[in-house]
Design a protein around this ligand. Structure first.
Ligand SMILES: [Fe+2]
Ligand SMILES: [Fe+2]
Length: 145
């Protein structure tokens, strides 16, 4: 599977989990499992590769920095009491920020990367992303039992 296609497919899962968690806070754990696996593997199999292209170096670095901010917000929420009414507000801010991040990647980085990565490379990166994503998601599921 093409890396851009793989990332976009995972966005559907992330967006669904954001919507579900907004209604049902206990789903937060599933959301952050997917978000963490997504961001780490996106860096590994997509951003680290796109950084070398001068035309999108800035955007790729910006994405990595935004992952860092997302991690800070997630860690803050993990330790914040869910029954405090501010939890929902903080979660809303994480949701808005992440949605903005996903849109930027979709509109800029993904389109541009297809212009300089050839089909074989896009497929190779996509398959590696899928493989790691599956292994890591199931390992995390096992840990949370
Ligand atoms: Fe990202
Ligand atoms: Fe992404």
């Amino acid at each position: 599977m093409d890396i851009v296609e793989a990332l976009l497919r995972h966005y559907e899962v992330l967006r669904d989990l954001f919507e579900t968690t907004a209604r049902e806070e206990k789903r937060f754990i599933d959301l952050i499992r997917h978000l963490d696996v997504h961001n780490r593997n996106e860096e590994l199999f997509f951003l680290n590769r796109t950084i070398s292209n001068k035309e999108i170096t800035y955007e790729a670095l910006e994405s990595k920095e935004e992952h860092h901010i997302i991690n800070i917000m997630v860690n803050d929420l993990i330790y914040f009491p869910m029954d405090d009414r501010r939890w929902k507000v903080r979660f809303g801010i994480l949701h808005e920020f992440t949605e903005h991040h996903l849109k930027e990647e979709e509109e800029d980085l993904f389109q541009q990367s297809r212009q300089f990565l050839n089909k074989t490379e896009l497929e190779k990166l996509g398959n590696a992303f899928e493989r790691n994503k599956k292994t890591q998601l199931s390992a995390l599921e096992w840990k949370s039992l």
